[in-house]
Design a protein around this ligand. Structure first.
Ligand code: MG
Length: 256
């Protein structure tokens, strides 16, 4: 007879089957093994079990991506009059009222990944809840908002092209949970002063398509219809400081 302990061997088979189906298995330890040197514990013996921690999501950028923020610092970004002034701690950057930040590098057609978290403590209402946003080329916003049970106007919801196009669905996670954006953006084409082709965007929010090859009417505007003005084929990515302590992590971009 083995000296290993299988703590639920006495359970009926149906219960064991249920436990296995749930991923619950018997603890296995040995009490006939030698003591470890200078220890009260035996080799493979009973001792405190490691705490279970939930892993985060996939956070590894593709090898050909330009990493814009990996949790360490905001060196790839600048703010008003110099370096980006947002707080960086615990692997995320947090809006702190020091103004928008933008990438030092400029981009045109891109694939963009970013993760964000609206504040766990819900303060304010409507557009005052976890408002931020990613402005592609510094002009074309994909809205970030705490849209979890927040009936603010549809074209201002999270994943909206602000003031233009509501998301196809509202797939917001609860306040305080990390969320993902994967964005495919095609820059507008100009010839002189003329718009040849508008900007287009596909947005995948938490793994769900919320904008599908959607055309921008023009640059993002508040309370008016956005319009196009000719601009260079590349521009910075801008993250909005709307006064709410929204957090960001794991930001990378691939030029297309
Ligand atoms: Mg915004």
């Amino acid at each position: 007879m083995t000296h290993a302990h299988f703590t639920s061997l006495a359970l009926p088979l149906t219960t064991i089957g249920m436990a296995l189906a749930l991923g619950l298995q018997d603890k296995v330890t040995y009490d006939d093994t030698p003591l470890l040197p200078d220890s009260e514990y035996r080799v493979h013996g009973e001792r405190p079990w490691p705490e279970v921690v939930q892993p985060g999501g996939p956070a590894v950028a593709p090898s050909d991506a330009t990493v814009l923020f990996d949790g360490a610092n905001l060196d790839a970004w600048e703010g008003n009059g110099g370096d980006a002034g947002w707080e960086v701690e615990n692997g995320y950057a947090q809006v702190n009222g020091k103004g928008d930040i933008r990438t030092r590098a400029e981009f045109g057609d891109i694939q963009l990944h970013l993760e964000f978290q609206t504040p766990s403590e819900v303060k304010g209402s409507s557009q005052g809840r976890g408002n931020s946003g990613i402005y592609i080329m510094g002009r074309y916003e994909v809205q970030i908002l705490d849209s979890f049970e927040n009936p603010s106007y549809p074209d201002g919801q999270c994943s909206a092209l602000y003031g233009q196009t509501p998301p196809l669905v509202n797939v917001c996670r609860a306040p305080g949970e990390w969320q993902t954006y994967d964005i495919l953006f095609r820059a507008p084409r100009f010839e002189g002063k003329d718009l040849l082709q508008p900007a287009r965007v596909t947005v995948i929010h938490n793994g769900v398509v919320t904008q599908w090859d959607q055309e921008y009417i023009g640059a993002t505007a508040h309370r008016r219809v956005g319009t196009y003005s000719p601009h260079a084929p590349a521009g910075p990515l801008k993250l909005q400081d709307h006064g709410n302590p929204t957090r960001f992590r794991n930001i990378w971009v691939r030029e297309l």
